[in-house]
Design a protein around this ligand. Structure first.
Ligand code: FAD
Ligand code: NAD
Length: 403
């Protein structure tokens, strides 16, 4: 009998964890497992705010896919997926066309711009490791240019961050530490630099514990970061952003750098795949399959699941992506053996939001944490994610150990 082909798209937390789990459950001669990813490395999306601010180098947030896969069981293909058609079971990639018996789509997130004019063109987004490098280099370029121009244009040194969700706040935490270093490096007086976070909702980190949010805002403000709350960005131009301050009231913030961190959607390839979706996310069945396509699983940020307790989608997180991957791998094996699939039940352990290397806030298993304790917890979580995918060798190679 022909071995089934399991085709996994994307080597992010969802896709790579699925493969790592599959290679434990499937014997060499039981299936052909193919993993397709744009790069021959995995990057830690959860560390991209650090690479974007320049507090970690891009090579520190990535590792080779081949370091964690068993190449006798998994064929790795470095290629870009161009199109998915679940009706014909064909996946077009830059390395040719693939078909499958089981498909796992784990192509991750893209920045959501909500159709706001100019953002696609004039704002930078913490979207992947190269985009993070671009943000870091752009900010450094502005500092370097300021220090060499005869007549200083101080607006070069204004950085606007759109969105005070977890990504925006974590990036601001890193910037708060990085700006003094950049000022020193480029001979820029600190008072010339302005960092403004613009948030549409009436509070920072909407929905998070107010006491922890207050701590975060206080810490960031003490590093000179300004907040403009309840003021959505409505347009971006080459000069900066327009924000809405009242019914008919607008303000323009002239800025050399605009970083858009105001939400995510799924990978756009989902929209033309033939699977029903909302903002490129698929409302999956309880066992992580795409509705109407029993051989297609969706994992990570491309999957949408409703938390019935609050009747809202679970937030797209690495924590959930990695848990889903365990279920997806088990369910593929169950299908191969003709068994029943199991339901995915998230086990949420809490959230820790970094505020720079030695500070954070967290709500973990019902306990509120701030400062060093929260920051240590964040590093434990980061190292745990490495451990889950690559075991102790990966933790030793890439882990965060400084306290
Ligand atoms: P991704 O991690 O985005 O991986 C997708 C993979 O698919 C990538 O390897 C990409 O290269 C590849 N790919 C994309 N398109 C193609 C293509 N066309 N062809 C081939 N390959 C392709 N979550 C937490 O739980 N905790 C945190 O602390 C946390 N911090 C975060 C900090 C930041 C700054 C950001 C932006 C997000 C953070 N998140 C956090 C959310 C978390 O990163 C995402 O939920 C998670 O990355 C989703 O995993 P994924 O596998 O779905 O996708
Ligand atoms: P998000 O959706 O959580 O936050 C986006 C923020 O942008 C919101 O506060 C929203 O009100 C604001 N916003 C939307 N439109 C705006 C506008 N026009 N102008 C100004 N502000 C606007 O998105 P995110 O922060 O990118 O996070 C994405 C996912 O990744 C979430 O699920 C999050 O939980 C997860 N994440 C987790 C962590 C962590 O656990 N430490 C860190 C980063 C991201």
């Amino acid at each position: 009998m022909k071995r089934p082909t399991i085709l996994v798209l994307g080597a992010g937390y969802g896709g790579l964890s699925t493969v790592v789990n599959l290679q434990k459950l499937v014997g060499t001669d039981e299936a052909d497992i193919i993993l397709v990813n744009k790069n021959d490395y995995h990057y830690e999306s959860t560390w991209l705010h650090e690479a974007s601010a320049g507090t970690l180098r891009p090579d520190q947030v990535r590792y080779d896919v081949k370091d964690v896969i068993n190449t006798s069981k998994v064929k790795f293909v470095k290629a870009t997926v161009d199109a998915i058609d679940v009706n014909t079971k064909k996946v077009a990639t830059s390395a040719g066309e693939y078909t499958y018996d089981y498909l796992v789509i784990g192509l991750g997130f893209e920045g959501e711009t909500f159709g706001i004019p100019g953002l696609d063109k004039y704002a930078l987004s913490i979207a992947n490791v190269n985009a993070a490098r671009q943000i870091r280099d752009h900010i450094e370029y502005q500092f370097a240019t300021w220090s060499t121009e005869e007549v200083h244009d101080d607006t070069r040194l204004t950085i606007v961050v759109g969105g005070a969700g977890f990504s925006g706040i974590e990036f601001l935490g890193e910037l708060g530490n990085r700006i003094p270093e950049l000022c020193k490096e480029y001979d820029v007086p600190k008072e010339k630099v302005r960092v403004v976070c613009v948030e549409a909702a009436p509070m920072v980190l909407p929905g998070f514990d107010p006491e922890l949010v207050e701590y975060a805002v206080r810490q960031l403000e003490s590093k000179g970061i300004e907040f403009s709350i309840g003021t959505p960005v409505v347009e971006a131009t080459p000069e900066g952003v327009k924000i809405k301050k009242g019914e008919e009231e607008f303000e323009f913030i002239t800025a050399g750098t605009v970083v858009w961190a105001a939400g995510v959607r799924g990978n756009r390839l989902i929209e033309s795949s033939g699977i029903e979706n909302m903002r490129a996310r698929v409302k999956v069945e309880k066992d992580m399959r795409a509705p109407g396509f029993p051989d297609v699983f969706i994992v990570g940020d491309c999957a949408l699941m409703i938390n019935e307790e609050v009747n809202r989608p679970y937030p797209p997180t690495a924590q959930i992506a990695m848990q889903q991957a365990v279920t997806v791998a088990k369910n593929i094996v169950a299908l191969m053996k003709g068994n029943e699939t199991e339901e995915f039940v998230p086990a949420l352990k809490g959230t820790v939001c970094s505020l720079g290397e030695h500070d954070a806030i967290g709500d973990v298993m019902g306990r509120k944490l701030t400062g060093t304790k929260a920051s240590i917890m964040k590093k434990v979580i980061d190292n745990r994610a490495l451990y889950m995918i690559g075991g102790i060798p990966l933790v030793l190679k890439k882990g965060k150990f400084s306290l």
